[in-house]
Design a protein around this ligand. Structure first.
Ligand SMILES: *[C@@H]1O[C@H](CO)[C@@H](O)[C@H](O)[C@H]1NC(C)=O
Ligand SMILES: *[C@@H]1O[C@H](CO)[C@@H](O)[C@H](O)[C@H]1NC(C)=O
Length: 217
């Protein structure tokens, strides 16, 4: 398998569609389901800085300030709610979900241009272990994505980008690996067509794994 410079492209598993609501778009129709909780179980947190928390602190400012009402997620029931981890909890239901890149991305978007981006809506659609063939047009995952995207813009929002983080499944079988690029190209074209955003940005995560450097000791 010494092809193409002995490089194997390993991509990771995730698609997350993001939509952000910009300031000039009226957001009139989303359902905000805030709720209050009674505390049942109390845990005391004690110690030093590791417990107090220093993650995300830059120049004495924490970059991950929670912004209630600023980042929403579209739940599996197609209703907006305040976004919190795990974003995919009711989407990737056959797996245990943890923290993905979605919240960090949304926070970066708001931080980067707070005047333009007012209320960011995340539309989680990723399914663990899925191969790209399952994402082809007409398939369950593609159709689920477009249905959720349509629900997401009902209130007047605009789809700004698709974030795509998938591919490890397609490294298991050489023919899937070889067909990946073409399948991916078709997927992006189909998404732009069916979401009716011809210039829709697709932000893709790639990881390059050089087998040669691993094996050449
Ligand atoms: C979860 O597993 C069930 C049973 O195999 C399947 O029908 C369903 O489509 C799966 N859901 C997702 C989101 O993959
Ligand atoms: C790889 O997947 C293809 C379908 O995409 C299948 O026809 C083929 O048998 C698989 N090959 C192996 C070695 O599993």
């Amino acid at each position: 398998m010494a092809n193409k410079g002995l490089k194997l492209t390993i991509l990771f598993l995730f698609i997350i569609t993001y939509e952000y609501w910009s300031s000039h778009v009226q957001v009139v129709d989303f359902t905000y389901t805030g709720s209050t909780h009674l505390v049942n179980d109390v845990f005391i947190l004690a110690g030093q800085s590791n417990m107090a928390g220093r993650g995300g602190v830059i120049d004495k400012n924490w970059d991950g300030i929670p912004r209630p009402g600023k980042i929403l997620r579209l739940g599996g029931d197609l209703r907006w709610e305040d976004a919190h981890e795990p974003l995919h909890i009711d989407i990737d239901v056959n797996k245990t979900c943890g923290v993905g890149p979605g919240m960090a991305f949304a926070n970066a978007v708001l931080r980067g241009d707070p005047r333009r981006f007012r209320v960011v809506g995340l539309v989680p659609c990723a399914i663990g272990g899925s191969g790209i063939r399952e994402w082809s047009r007409g398939g369950r995952l593609f159709d689920g994505l477009t249905r959720r995207a349509a629900a997401a813009v009902q209130g007047g929002g605009e789809i700004r980008a698709v974030l795509w983080f998938q591919g490890e499944r397609d490294t298991l079988n050489i023919s899937d690996a070889e067909l990946y690029k073409e399948r991916l190209r078709k997927l992006f074209i189909d998404l732009r067509t069916d979401l009716k955003v011809p210039l829709l940005p697709v932000i893709q995560v790639c990881m390059f794994y050089n087998l040669y450097s691993l094996n050449s000791d």
